[in-house]
Structure formats: C-alpha cells, structure tokens
Design a protein. Structure first.
Length: 107
C-alpha cells in the first residue's frame, strides 16, 4: 500500500477554495484584504512546525465546534483585527472563514 508521508519540514500549502472564506475575503476593505494577502504569503513560507510556534499567527484550537467532516478547527490571526477559521488536512491549511470579531470565530 502506498502512503503519503507528511513531513514537518515541508512548507504549508494553502486551500482558499471555500466559498464562505471567499465571500468573507471579498467583503473586506482594500486595506484589510492586503493584510490578509500578506499573511497568506507569510504562511506559504512556513513549515507546519513554524506555523504552530508563530506568535503572530497565534494558532488556537476551537474547542466548541468542528468541521462538517469531523476535522478539528483552529483559528489564526490574519490581520490585527481579524481571525480566520482553518483546518489542517495533510500538508494543506484549508481556510473556512474570516471573522472581524475575534469572538465570532469561536462560535
């Protein structure tokens, strides 16, 4: 049986295809969109180990909910005032939504 090996030293891949995430991103003002894009560029340069440790991203488990497939959901800081809900699937960080109100990301 062939198995995909997930290495901690490989760079993070981004999945931005969720329609809720896209709607949230496109509803932001231009300044905030630029900040989110800057954060996405930063994440693409990081390994998973670096993402977990990065104080600026502040990776946090959402304990009160999970993805529709049962995956754990997390939040990361994407701008000074916004957090994104994400999940990890293999090497991919899948973006679910963006929340300007930090508390709403957890519900």
């Amino acid at each position: 049986m062939w198995r995909l090996s997930v290495s901690k030293s490989r760079r993070v891949l981004l999945d931005l295809n969720n329609t809720e995430f896209q709607d949230n991103l496109l509803s932001l003002d231009n300044k905030e969109v630029r900040e989110v894009i800057s954060t996405l560029r930063k994440i693409r340069r990081l390994t998973w180990e670096e993402v977990y440790k990065d104080k600026g991203l502040n990776w946090e488990l959402i304990q009160t909910r999970s993805a529709s497939d049962g995956s754990r959901l997390f939040t990361i800081r994407v701008t000074q005032k916004s957090r994104a809900v994400v999940c990890r699937q293999g090497e991919f960080m899948r973006f679910v939504s963006i929340h300007s109100d930090h508390d709403s990301a957890y519900h």
